[in-house]
Write a protein that binds this ligand. Structure first.
Ligand SMILES: NC(=O)c1ccc[n+]([C@@H]2O[C@H](COP(=O)([O-])OP(=O)(O)OC[C@H]3O[C@@H](n4cnc5c(N)ncnc54)[C@H](O)[C@@H]3O)[C@@H](O)[C@H]2O)c1
Length: 332
């Protein structure tokens, strides 16, 4: 379903996505719905994907995706529904094909679809492990891989993926979800590397919002956390002026914060002494000390940093990057 002219109620100087086509997965409810509506408000034509199942992924219903499309069209935007599951390669390909057939291009992919099947690891059923990894991690990768060739041809693309603080920092009872969500962060960083010379960016958000997934755990705090407070960051990351890539942001309730993976300066065993388990125990304070910690941009950076700490000069890592900063020597 697709009709309508763009809404012209945007403020002058606002981010303009006119002419851009966005895919938003899991856009029938919660955060995805808010993202799809705001992207459309900024002028993007939107492929609204949602399988329409329960919070555990069971079932199938075309209603949620159709309702989001109706709301976008009623507000003067353009949208089309797709009810494929992102967890299947065929479903991911179908939603990309639908977006191309309807709109002729793909500029923006927001990977948002998600389910929960929480259980502590010793009770985690294999089906619940596979289903959660399938929707979050494989779904993100299947949709991205299907959309990527079109972005490479256009030399332009914006990916926004969805992780969770559970994946970045860990959360009891969510090993399947955390593994999938942490995988998305690593995946996005590689996609950012591979997309860079094609004008393609890839970033990740870790949202906090009141949705059907969280309403039972947020309590009174939920009042502060409308999904609409997350979507403006998605629109910014999806816009042409935004050239950030390889980043991760915590976002919710109007707060936006960069999240990084950081590494301590570390401790280096004295030359000739070798490293022993006893030395590790003796120098634990230095090993754990985060003062002066670094934030590597990529694996090359980290490897060069580690080699320089070992005293190597003119570092050329196995991944081919030449270190440009002056050698850093950790204390011994
Ligand atoms: N709400 C939060 O505070 C929060 C926190 C961290 C991460 N997240 C993540 O944000 C994303 C959106 O979650 P939400 O809170 O809006 O939940 P939600 O349940 O309201 O929305 C998720 C949507 O994804 C759809 N979906 C599920 N499996 C799908 C599949 N295989 N194919 C296509 N669509 C599918 C569902 O039908 C649903 O409409 C998820 O990835 C979730 O893990 C949410």
């Amino acid at each position: 379903m697709m009709v309508g002219a763009h809404s012209n109620r945007r403020a002058p100087g606002s981010i303009d996505l006119t002419g851009r086509v966005a895919i938003v997965t899991g856009a029938g409810n919660g955060l995805g719905k808010a993202h799809a509506k705001l992207l459309a408000h900024h002028g993007a034509r939107v492929l609204v994907n949602d399988v329409g199942g329960g919070t555990d992924g069971a079932g199938h219903d075309g209603g949620p995706a159709a309702r989001t499309v109706t709301e976008i069209i009623e507000a003067g935007g353009e949208a089309m529904a797709n009810t494929s599951s992102v967890a299947s390669e065929e479903g991911a390909q179908q939603l990309v094909d639908d977006a191309l057939a309807a709109f002729g291009r793909i500029d923006i992919v927001v990977n948002n679809a998600g389910i929960l099947r929480d259980a502590t690891l010793h009770k985690l059923a294999s089906d619940d492990l596979r289903a959660v990894i399938g929707v979050h991690l494989l779904g993100t990768m299947f949709v991205s891989r299907a959309a990527l060739p079109h972005m490479r041809t256009a030399y332009y693309g914006r990916f926004v993926h969805t992780t969770s603080v559970a994946g970045i920092f860990g959360n009891f009872g969510q090993s399947n979800y955390a593994a999938a969500k942490a995988g998305i962060v690593g995946f996005s960083r590689v996609l950012a590397e591979e997309g860079a010379r094609y004008g393609i960016t890839s970033n990740v958000i870790a949202p906090l919002a009141r949705t059907r997934l969280t309403e039972s755990i947020l309590g009174a705090q939920g009042q502060l956390l409308d999904p609409e407070w997350v979507s403006p960051l998605v629109v910014y990351l999806a816009s042409e002026p935004c050239t950030l890539t390889r980043e991760t942001f915590s976002v919710g309730g109007g707060r936006v914060a960069r999240v990084v993976t950081s590494e301590a300066l570390g401790w280096v065993a004295p030359e000739g002494a070798g490293l022993t388990a006893e030395l590790v125990a003796q120098h634990l304070d230095e090993i754990m000390d985060m003062s002066g910690a670094i934030v590597p941009d990529r694996a090359d950076d980290e490897i060069a940093f580690a080699l320089r700490a070992l005293g190597a000069s003119d570092v050329e890592t196995s991944l081919g990057a030449k270190a440009e900063r002056s050698p850093t020597q950790a204390s011994s």
